[in-house]
Design a protein. Structure first.
Length: 446
């Protein structure tokens, strides 16, 4: 399975100024696989430690001297360790977060040994850490579910990936290819981008088997609930997790989850799910300029789920029924289309940039409006409206562009690529070109 993140890891590995790397991302998005693949491709011995399985391994790291640590590891593992031909992998490091502070000594005293850390619940440790963070001596990479192009590669559709990567704005797409790519994108929407789900679908093409994989993945997140917070009722976490797909595309209101529960409990549950990266917040931004996060309204936000395939599973949408649906508008009233676009927007930035999502909302009497997403492209704010079908009004998008004097807006929909050349230029892209959005914006004058 090809992953774009592997190219980033490979560049990191070959960099002369390499620092210890921490992989961040939800459980089951492929962090461990990436590290193992890196070691295999470079013919390096992987020294893999899992602190969740064996927390006692932390005793090996009591010293601040990498030479001593490696000597002890060799004794514990009953093997010789050649630091010039090995990769040290500290998996599930959130179980012993104080070890993150130790990474600085590897950066300073043993740079020849590549060190990678990962943790599915790492955000909890980073939020509440009491240790001295080795700022400037470690690097981060953010791992998300597979993008559409990665899904196509896993599916053996390399020719489709090559076409998308080479498509130029203004180039006409033949109708037969357009509908073929739309069909593949709808398949991606149903399968999602979790590596286990994609691998299962590619090999078996069984909706029943895929459904079981989705349920198993959701069970793994539920199993983590007890690790989030000892004082949080797992029932609150469960009902909040299940609620997120139900309210896709809507302002998230705590009382809608369970009107009989105090909103503070739901707020806490949602915060924990966000930290575990099971859900992602879409924050309301004033969109007056960049950075978009500088003017947000804390009480106004939406939520998307980690993965569209898992969201469909929680919505109990029948995969066999959805295979007969031609228009994404009919899937949960189009909200799933907004989910998948938000999910793919999180894959567009470099891996060292922490993904963040924003939208715009206006609540004035007689003039309410909302634009699904706004992104930063260089110094420019770009509004994005998602239309699940091939048609739909864009009143809110045009209003935002007029109010903020924005020259370019984007519509993601099921129709053919189009662009207008009036004062407020509108670029319309079919869903399957989402992964090319940055490149497309680079082709036009901003």
């Amino acid at each position: 399975m090809q992953r774009n993140a592997f190219n980033f890891l490979n560049e990191w590995f070959l960099s002369p100024g390499r620092k210890p790397l921490i992989l961040r991302g939800a459980r089951q998005v492929g962090k461990t696989w990436l590290v193992r693949e890196l070691a295999r491709n470079h013919s390096k011995t992987l020294i893999e430690l899992n602190f969740e399985k064996d927390p006692s391994l932390k005793s090996v790291f009591e010293s601040n001297q990498p030479t001593q640590i490696i000597k002890l590891l060799a004794a514990v593992l009953q093997t010789s360790i050649d630091v010039n031909n090995s990769i040290l992998f500290l998996d599930e490091i959130q179980a012993v977060p104080e070890l993150i502070a130790k990474l600085r000594w590897f950066a300073e005293e043993m740079p020849e040994l590549p060190v990678i850390s990962a943790g599915s619940l790492l955000e909890f440790a980073l939020r509440d850490h009491t240790f001295s963070m080795p700022v400037g001596r470690i690097s981060f990479a953010h791992i998300e579910p597979l993008s559409f192009e990665e899904f196509l590669q896993a599916y053996g559709k390399q020719a489709s990936v090559d076409y998308l990567n080479g498509w130029e704005i203004g180039e006409k797409i033949p109708e037969v290819l357009h509908y073929q790519l739309l069909g593949l994108f709808k398949e991606y929407t149903l399968v999602g981008g979790m590596p286990a789900a994609v691998a299962n679908w590619v090999s078996q093409q069984s909706t029943n088997s895929l459904s079981q994989i989705h349920r198993d993945l959701l069970a793994s997140y539920r199993n983590d609930f007890s690790k989030y917070s000892g004082k949080m009722d797992t029932q609150r976490l469960e009902e909040t997790m299940v609620a997120v797909p139900r309210f896709l595309g809507q302002k998230f209101v705590f009382s809608n989850v369970n009107p009989d529960v105090h909103s503070g409990a739901i707020k806490q549950a949602l915060t924990l799910l966000n930290l575990a990266r099971v859900c992602h917040r879409v924050q309301c931004s004033a969109s007056n300029g960049v950075p978009l996060g500088s003017e947000t309204r804390a009480k106004f936000f939406k939520e998307i789920f980690l993965d569209v395939g898992l969201a469909c599973a929680l919505l109990e949408l029948s995969l066999s029924d959805l295979n007969r649906i031609d228009d994404l508008t009919l899937i949960n009233s189009g909200a799933v289309a907004e989910q998948v676009v938000g999910q793919l927007l999180r894959t567009l930035n470099p891996f060292y940039v922490e993904p963040a999502l924003f939208y715009w909302q206006r609540e004035e009497e007689g003039s309410q409006a909302e634009v699904d997403y706004v992104i930063q492209h260089g110094p420019v704010v770009i509004p994005i409206e998602v239309k699940a079908g091939a048609t739909g009004k864009l009143k809110s998008l045009h209003l935002l562009m007029t109010l903020k004097k924005l020259s370019i807006g984007v519509r993601i929909y099921s129709g053919m690529p189009l662009q207008s050349n009036d004062a407020c230029r509108l670029i319309s892209l079919p869903f399957y070109l989402m992964g090319q959005l940055r490149r497309v914006l680079g082709m036009v004058t901003l």
